[in-house]
Design a protein. Structure first.
Length: 197
C-alpha cells in the first residue's frame, strides 16, 4: 500500500479525491473525510469538517465518532480538521467528567483562534454547564478570557436593523453574561481564600 502511494502519487490521490467527492454527494461524511485525508486534500478536508460542525449544530451529536476520535497525525492536515478533532476531544473529556481538562481545552480552542468565528457562540454555550458547575472550574483569568471572547462575538455580529432580534440568541447572551459574572465572583473568592492560606 505504501509502495503504491509512493510509486503513483498523482493517480492515487486523484482516485482518493474522486471517492471523497462521491461520498459527499451520498452524504457519507465519514467516508468522505477518510478519502480526503488519504488524498491529502486540505481544502476538501476543511469543507467536510465544516459539514461535520454544521451537522453537530443541527443535531447536537457527531456522526462517525470512531473516525473523529482516531484521526491521529492526519488531524494536522487542516486547521478546521484540527478544530474538529480537538472539539470532539473536549466533548469526550466532558463526558468523562474531566471538567478542568475540558474547560482548559475549550478555552484554548477559542483563545488560539483555532475555532471558526461562526462557531464561537456554540463554544461559549458549551461553557455554560462548566460555568454553572457547583465547583469553580474556570479561574478568574480564564473567565476574563471567556468574557473577552463573548464581547468579540458580539462586536463581530452585524447590527440587526430589525427591532425584533432573535429572542433565543438574546436569551443565550444574557445567560452567558450572568454565568460569567457569577463564575468570576466565585473564582475571585476562591482564589482570594487560597491566597490567604
Amino acid at each position: 500500500s505504501t509502495w503504491v502511494l509512493a510509486s503513483f502519487p498523482i493517480p492515487v490521490r486523484s482516485i482518493c479525491k474522486i471517492m471523497s467527492m462521491k461520498a459527499v454527494r451520498n452524504n457519507r461524511l465519514g467516508s468522505a473525510l477518510s478519502w480526503s485525508i488519504r488524498a491529502k486534500d486540505a481544502a476538501f478536508a476543511t469543507l467536510i469538517s465544516d459539514r461535520f460542525l454544521r451537522e453537530y449544530c443541527e443535531r447536537g451529536t457527531f456522526s462517525d465518532l470512531d473516525l473523529i476520535d482516531n484521526l491521529g497525525p492526519s488531524i494536522l492536515l487542516s486547521d478546521r480538521l484540527t478544530f474538529l478533532g480537538k472539539y470532539r476531544e473536549f466533548h469526550r473529556k466532558y463526558g468523562e467528567k474531566k471538567f478542568f481538562a475540558a474547560a482548559k481545552l475549550l478555552l484554548m480552542l477559542m483563545t488560539a483562534r483555532i475555532a471558526p468565528c461562526s462557531f464561537w457562540m456554540t463554544l461559549l454555550t458549551d461553557a455554560l454547564p462548566l460555568l454553572e458547575h457547583k465547583e469553580v472550574i474556570f479561574s478568574a483569568d480564564q473567565t476574563y478570557e471567556l468574557m473577552k471572547c463573548l464581547e468579540d462575538v458580539m462586536a463581530a455580529e452585524p447590527k440587526k436593523e430589525n427591532l425584533q432580534d432573535d429572542d433565543a440568541e438574546i436569551m443565550k447572551v444574557e445567560m452567558l453574561r450572568l454565568a460569567l459574572a457569577r463564575n468570576l465572583a466565585r473564582a475571585i473568592i476562591k482564589e482570594g481564600t487560597l491566597d490567604e492560606l
